[in-house]
Design a protein around this ligand. Structure first.
Ligand SMILES: Cc1cc2nc3c(=O)[nH]c(=O)nc-3n(C[C@H](O)[C@H](O)[C@H](O)COP(=O)(O)O)c2cc1C
Ligand code: SF4
Length: 520
């Protein structure tokens, strides 16, 4: 239709929770009242959450941004002529030139916020399904070699090389193999998996299909956090469309290759994100950790060889198969190749998603992107990598964000979540929280975790209450050591890390706190 202006209003959970639906309705109403010819596209979020709802208008071939927009701003936007990209108090200029976005290197998230999430045509128009098309002309060995050469490591937390995992499944002989996507996303401060599933679901479907073709798996499951109803709905709808368009099913695009995909709602427990618990849960049992060996790659879902990967690992595969292993490996530093999606959360001024090549110093991420704390007070600590990650002290803020260099200061990348605290935080309380979280979420299979975490809370309470501080601190370290070395999985094995980071870097906060609240 002539002179129809495209207006983009994000439809992801965060934008909607900030009022994007009423903004979209107000724009539709105002356009009708004024006889303006407007097409509203519900894209995903660009990940600049502090600017949501972020409305974009396509002028020529440039998208102009306005935000954060409330329903009451809509009339004045029309008055100012925002449909042709004119100035307004909320105008942010061309979206791609907003500093926060312009300074990123978006590979996995290249289409997120750009495309209509459920339009397969839009997906293809923006480079989608090129990776699968290439993969269909390769052998399984060639696909696995490409993923290995790219240097991709698991983005779920353990950072295991993806190609090596796939090679094990490829080499296993079985009448059935599976691809399982871990979309349980339980880490504090993380939302990247949800963003992909709500904003660019086809990239995950494409990545899983390539994985299936690579190793000879014909069935896949996406195990999605039950608290993500919109991601569940969106992914189910996208799978239906991919089936209808021949990108899933018995004969993918006439290649004779087969891959079927289903969504499963998760059980709502943190431990069900641990891969063996997840497999138990997928099989309909209580989420309890399995002994290893055998590895899931040899004996996984229903006892069959299974690839289990995080959403981001699988969603990074299409760009690797499209642009090549060298292209992807050209980003990053050392053994941390490619890009990492950092999620800025907690007490931070500009919360949101930042995709960057590995190696950017933490300080730049916190201040250049994040803009410092939301309260304007000094940042005192950052927890990286979820509830099992260490609290990073400001003296380590110049550490480059990559697997090895963060590990060298006792911290970890994990799933890329950063939770920020200002100088009013009580780190003793945070140490207690780590043990309490472990006690609540423990699956109960092994003693160091099941009993240790409960005792950990008690000992911390004693130290904070002024009871035998020196002896109880030594006891706490001893307990941490037992949990680290004796636990069956990383929940009990890593819950001591945040506690130890408080003991090592913020010991003053663990002293007796009776009647001594931290000054605000
Ligand atoms: C307690 C616990 C919770 C976990 N939660 C998640 C999760 O929510 N999502 C995820 O991808 N990996 C999670 N993991 C890591 C998985 O066990 C596993 O390493 C990952 O799914 C492998 O995929 P990747 O190689 O692509 O990272 C968790 C691990 C532990 C110990
Ligand atoms: S460490 Fe905790 S969660 Fe892991 S197996 Fe042992 S009891 Fe279960």
């Amino acid at each position: 239709m002539a002179n129809r202006t495209k207006v983009f209003v994000p439809s992801d959970t965060t934008a909607r929770s900030l009022g994007a639906d009423s903004v979209a309705a107000a724009i539709a109403e105002e356009a009708q009242r004024r006889g303006a010819n407007v097409e509203i596209v519900r894209n995903g979020s660009r990940g600049l959450y502090w600017l949501e709802p972020l409305v974009e208008v396509l002028v020529g071939d440039v998208r102009h941004a306005y935000g954060p927009v409330g329903p009451n701003d809509v009339a004045s936007l029309f008055d100012a002529g925002f449909l042709v990209g004119t100035k307004h108090a909320l105008a942010l200029g061309p979206t791609e030139r907003i500093d926060y976005l312009a300074k990123q290197q978006r590979l996995t998230f290249a289409r997120v916020g750009v495309v209509d999430p459920l339009s397969i045509e839009d997906y293809r128009a923006h480079g989608g399904y090129r990776g699968l098309t290439n993969a269909l002309s390769l052998t399984g060995e060639q696909i696995v070699a490409t993923v290995t050469e790219s240097g991709l490591r698991g983005r779920g937390g353990a950072a295991f090389p993806t190609g090596i995992k796939w090679k094990t499944v490829l080499g296993a002989t079985a009448d059935q193999k599976y691809v399982v996507c871990n979309a349980d996303e339980g880490d504090s401060g993380t939302f990247a998996d949800r963003m992909i599933m709500e904003s660019d679901p086809f990239v995950l479907i494409e990545g899983m299909t390539i994985a299936g073709i690579a190793v000879g798996a014909t069935k896949g499951f996406v195990y999605i956090r039950v608290e993500y109803p919109q991601a569940i709905r969106t992914l189910r709808a996208a799978i239906e469309r991919a089936n209808a368009a021949g990108f899933l099913g018995n004969d993918i695009r006439g290649s004779g290759r087969e891959f079927h995909l289903q969504v499963r709602e998760a059980a709502g427990a943190y431990i069900c994100g641990e891969e063996t618990s997840l497999l138990e849960s997928l099989e309909g049992k209580r989420g309890m950790v399995r002994y290893r060996p055998p590895l899931p790659a040899i004996k996984g879902l229903f006892g069959k060889p299974t690839i289990i990967n995080n959403v981001l690992s699988l969603s990074s595969v299409p760009v690797i198969l499209d642009k090549g292993a060298k292209f992807y490996a050209g980003f990053g530093v050392g053994r941390s190749r490619g890009t990492i999606t950092i999620q800025l959360a907690g007490n931070i001024k500009r919360g949101g998603l930042v995709e960057l090549a590995f190696g950017k110093p933490l300080r730049e991420i916190l201040y250049d992107f994040g803009g410092g704390s939301a309260t304007g007070r000094p940042i005192r600590a950052v927890q990286a990598g979820g509830p099992l990650g260490a609290y990073i002290h400001p003296k380590h803020f110049d550490t480059p964000f990559d697997y090895e260099q963060l590990a060298a200061v006792g911290a970890m990348v994990g799933h890329g979540g950063l939770v920020v605290f200002d100088d009013t935080v009580d780190m003793g309380e945070q140490a207690r929280f780590a043990m309490e979280f472990c006690a609540l979420e423990s699956c109960g299979k092994c003693t160091p975790c099941r009993i240790g975490a409960v005792r950990g809370v008690e000992v911390i309470d004693k130290i904070r209450g002024g009871e035998n501080g020196v002896a109880n601190t030594a006891l706490l370290r001893d307990l941490c050591d037992t949990m680290v070395t004796g636990s069956l999985c990383a929940l009990g094995g890593m819950a001591p890390f945040p506690v130890l980071s408080v003991l090592n870097h913020f010991p003053e906060d663990l002293q007796a706190r009776v009647g001594k609240p931290r000054a605000a």
